[in-house]
Design a protein around this ligand. Structure first.
Ligand code: SAM
Ligand code: SF4
Ligand code: SF4
Length: 369
């Protein structure tokens, strides 16, 4: 989950500089863990009873106070997520005020609650982008995966409303055993609607208490490798042959030249942060090795402590030295959520990467690259 996905080169440059300077340029705020859907693999959702037993939500005025501190500390990009953000009480007021503060705001949503009224106020001062997760290509799949038998129709209606108002949309898609059969159709919808899509083939197991056991509903490593392969084939089309050749050349010629050093291998905890609905900051939604509450400690102190923590953490030496590194997406979050330890080796990822390489090699043999 990254508010910086699909950045332009100027933004990339800005973010590279923020990484070096340890400036919190981009933040993710999980406004609430509640949702109108009930996706089987979800890492975030809580029932109202679970939420109330854990911690109350913070109201929008409290978030605005924190947002002012974020802005002073250097945050420009903000991603509002959940749960389902459009269920957050006073979402409209919060959104309008955040825009007035000058943030570049994106929103993660399942899209099913977006109606004319919401589309109208978003049109007044547009978000940078709405990322809508497309869970399937039919209401049947929405019923099975998300417990919402009208979900597909609702999302298509939301897309129409947003497109009519020229609001930028990107699709996300989380691939699971319950929607993988529609991968081609989902991709085709994105082509037909001219909306880019990011498909996630790797589903994290739960790191918090939310939805314990959700890993039952993810693809096994072999199927996840196939999902990665198929999704790349769909997005690269005729160019896929070249991509496979490039990828395999890169992998075969790879030699680790970087020293084994401390820190995470991504922007999280360097220039990006995550804040849970209860105010707990962490590097990303899946790393629970550092947690401090911004409502108790203030934003700047919490960010400073996070940077310190991440700078002193060390991921696995086995992964650092691994010859599959260039093709493996393992990160601090995968290590943490698979093994409970930032320095662990996530075996699911090892298996997934090995199967993925087999698929590329089989493709190479059949296509004689
Ligand atoms: C938690 S949802 C919150 C925003 C909104 N409700 C939605 O569904 O887009 C954010 C994204 O996380 C994805 N997601 C849910 N569970 C996941 C998991 N276990 N691993 C990886 N991504 C997951 C969702 O599919 C969605 O794309
Ligand atoms: S729509 Fe988003 S928050 Fe809601 S259950 Fe699905 S993944 Fe979780
Ligand atoms: S997770 Fe496994 S395949 Fe990936 S880098 Fe680590 S050891 Fe290598």
């Amino acid at each position: 989950m990254n508010p910086l996905n699909h950045m332009n080169p100027i933004e990339q440059n800005l973010c590279n500089k923020a990484d070096l300077a340890k400036l919190p340029i981009a933040g993710n705020i999980e406004l609430l863990p509640l949702c109108n859907m009930d996706c089987k693999m979800c890492f975030a959702k809580m029932t109202r009873a679970q939420m109330e037993a854990h911690a109350p939500m913070h109201d929008y005025k409290e978030w605005l106070e924190i947002a002012k501190q974020m802005s002073q500390a250097g945050t420009i990009f903000l991603l509002l997520t959940g749960g389902e953000p459009f269920l957050y009480p006073n979402f409209k007021e919060l959104y309008i005020e955040l825009k007035k503060l000058g943030f570049i705001v994106s929103i993660n949503s399942n899209g099913t609650l977006i109606n004319e009224e919401i589309a109208n106020y978003l049109e007044q001062d547009k978000p940078r982008r709405i990322n809508i997760t497309l869970y399937g290509a039919s209401n049947e799949t929405y019923a099975k995966l998300c417990n919402n038998p009208k979900g597909f129709t609702q999302v298509m209606n939301a897309i129409k409303l947003l497109k009519e108002r020229d609001i930028d949309i990107k699709f996300n898609c989380s691939l699971t055993p319950l929607n993988i059969h529609e991968i081609d159709k989902i991709h085709q919808i994105s082509v037909d609607l001219d909306i880019p899509i990011d498909m996630g083939f790797y589903m994290f197991p739960p790191v918090r208490t939310n939805n314990v056991g959700n890993e039952k509903y993810r693809l096994d490593a072999k199927d996840a490798a196939w999902a990665r392969f198929r999704m790349e084939q769909l997005s690269y089309g005729d160019e896929y042959k070249n991509l496979v050749k490039y990828t395999l050349d890169n992998y075969r010629n790879y030699k680790q030249t970087e020293p084994y050093k401390k820190g995470y291998t991504c922007r999280s905890g360097n220039s990006v942060y995550w804040i849970n609905y209860d105010g707990t900051m962490s590097a990303c939604s899946f790393t629970t090795d550092f947690e401090m509450n911004v409502f108790e400690e203030g934003f700047s102190k919490t960010w400073g402590e996070l940077v310190n923590h991440v700078g002193n953490s060390q991921l696995s030496k086995v992964c650092h030295d691994c010859d599959k590194r260039p093709l493996c997406g393992r990160c601090a979050a995968a290590a943490m959520s698979e093994t409970g330890d930032i320095s662990g080796v996530p075996k699911y990822y090892c298996e997934l990467t090995s199967h993925y390489i087999e698929l590329l090699e089989e493709y190479e043999r059949n296509n004689i690259l």
